[in-house]
Design a protein around this ligand. Structure first.
Ligand SMILES: [Fe+2]
Ligand SMILES: [Fe+2]
Length: 283
């Protein structure tokens, strides 16, 4: 696997000066989006939300003031879920109509198009590394909520899956976001060099990430979100195509598909599934 090109990544974000003005969380999210997009064969510039001409301009390293002035003209907020953008030549793709009683596999097939390659690679690696099924399932689901919302995606992801997966799987989804910033030599997880380059060696995570890391590192289930970060880190390969077959039985054993279909079961989070099913609804 080729490492992410740091210069290309920074240029795609608007140059070093612009990156220095971003919060650490924003940089982390931008990096994750770039890696996600690369696993789907997109360019880093497009992953960073720039149009092709804007990406060309970005390579000239605009000033911070220039970047700040462009914010009102950006095509979307950086935290926007992937399903709400992705136009090609100015045209959004039409989404297939979902079955009347959609299952998790239907969402993978029809709505998780931007995240599935990455999460399936992560889950395949977790399987290969002998992780237990609750962790493999967490790896399979850990970034899928980025279709709906990218900001604070661990927390949004836990909300989306609450009630449908084991508590330990939910815990892993929720806290993988915080743990990605903290090394754990015992399990071979280190902040990769490109994180130090992109975020700065003096990186200090935001308060809620620090707080949750301090809680999670002493928790009996620490291994679960940590395993997501370990198997997440090396899972990006634009050329890899992973089959869902190894995960179908794991989903069957651990994911509670409601008989009414996801979105139709009147659960507290059913609306999140309905929004994923129909992001074109105006209200
Ligand atoms: Fe993530
Ligand atoms: Fe990930």
């Amino acid at each position: 696997m080729q490492p992410l090109d740091r210069r290309e990544f920074i240029a795609a974000l608007g140059g070093a000066a612009a990156v220095s003005m971003m919060s650490h969380e924003a940089r982390a999210d931008a990096l994750e989006e770039a890696l996600l997009a690369r696993s789907n064969g997109m360019s880093l510039a497009l992953a960073a939300g720039a149009s092709a001409p804007a990406a060309e301009a970005a390579k000239k390293y605009p000033t911070v003031a220039e970047i700040a002035a462009k914010v009102p003209d950006l095509p979307r907020r950086s935290g926007t879920g992937a399903i709400f953008y992705g136009a090609t030549n100015g045209k959004l793709p039409l989404l297939d109509k979902m079955p009347a009683k959609p299952t998790l596999l239907d969402f993978f097939e029809q709505r998780f198009q931007r995240t599935r390659n990455h999460v399936m690679q992560s889950a395949a690696l977790a399987l290969k590394n002998g992780m237990d099924e609750e962790v493999v399932l967490a790896c399979l689901l850990h970034d899928t909520v980025q279709e709906l919302m990218r900001s604070d995606h661990g927390y949004w992801g836990a909300q989306l899956y609450e009630g449908y997966v084991p508590e330990r799987t939910l815990f892993a989804i929720k806290y993988h976001q915080a743990l990605r910033f903290y090394a754990d030599e015992k399990v071979g997880y280190q902040m990769p060099d490109f994180y130090n380059n992109a975020f700065g060696i003096d990186y200090v995570p935001v308060a809620h990430v620090q707080r949750d890391y301090e809680m999670v590192r002493k928790h009996k289930w620490y291994d679960a979100p940590r395993s997501v970060t370990v198997n997440d880190l090396y899972a990006f390969d634009a050329n890899a195509r992973v089959s869902m077959d190894p995960f179908v039985d794991i989903i069957g054993r651990h994911f509670k598909n409601p008989k009414e279909g996801l979105g139709n079961d009147n659960s507290p989070n059913a609306h999140m599934w309905r929004t994923l099913a129909n992001p074109d609804a105006p209200l």
